[in-house]
Design a protein around this ligand. Sequence first.
Ligand SMILES: [Zn+2]
Length: 259
Amino acid sequence: MLLPRRAATAAVLCLLPLAAAVPAQAQRPPTHETALPIAGPLAGRVVAIDPGHQLGNSRHLARINRPVWVGLRKPCNTTGTATNGGYPEATFTWQVATALRARLQALGATVRMTRTANSTRLWGPCVDVRGRFGARVHADLEISLHGDGAAAPTHGFFVIRPGLRRGYTDDILRSSSTVATYVHRGLLGAGFAVSTGYGGDGYDVRRDLGTLNMADVPTVMVELGNMRNAADARCMTSGRCRDRYAAGLADGVHAYLVR
Ligand SMILES: [Zn+2]
């Protein structure tokens, strides 16, 4: 359909030089290709990072509670949790995400994020958008960062991979499971311990999470620690510890992409 239309445009503008008749948009490469680095082991690879809930979600509850379809009806998003001292999950995941982005970019990867700011004025995006994001930016994988808010005295990280939901996760089940293994190994290598809850092996499988159900590239979610646990909270509020999270996640992503 494009060629005849362009031909028609050229015919109408036949007195103009040929270059001027070509729509400006057609000359521009897609944005995901403009920032491709030229060196590094991950050159040409694209990683999508979802830095969890937006900081302003709690101020936009009507929008956040609006149901979206992700294989089941779910709220658009939630507010996320916080440490007992009031350090929000949104800020924690934002800080880990930007540290992870820097490490992946240093390896040559192109990094795209589902949110580009951490602000009380902003909300979302909804879980269906987060899930579709990886495919939209042609990512090799998507990793969604969270902090748990379990009241139970659990501590440590766990990696969540999609369970089988036909028509939704069949296409990414195996690849996401592989990503989960590498990310799990990366966090262990950075000195983190697996969660004492959720079966105790540091893995969880979910069929009800929009970010996983709507994904069309290998996708995992990571609960990096329990923000309600005093020891985990101490670590999560420390910049050095957040950089260690980023190092472990980057190791996992790197190892998966060059396996
Ligand atoms: Zn969360």
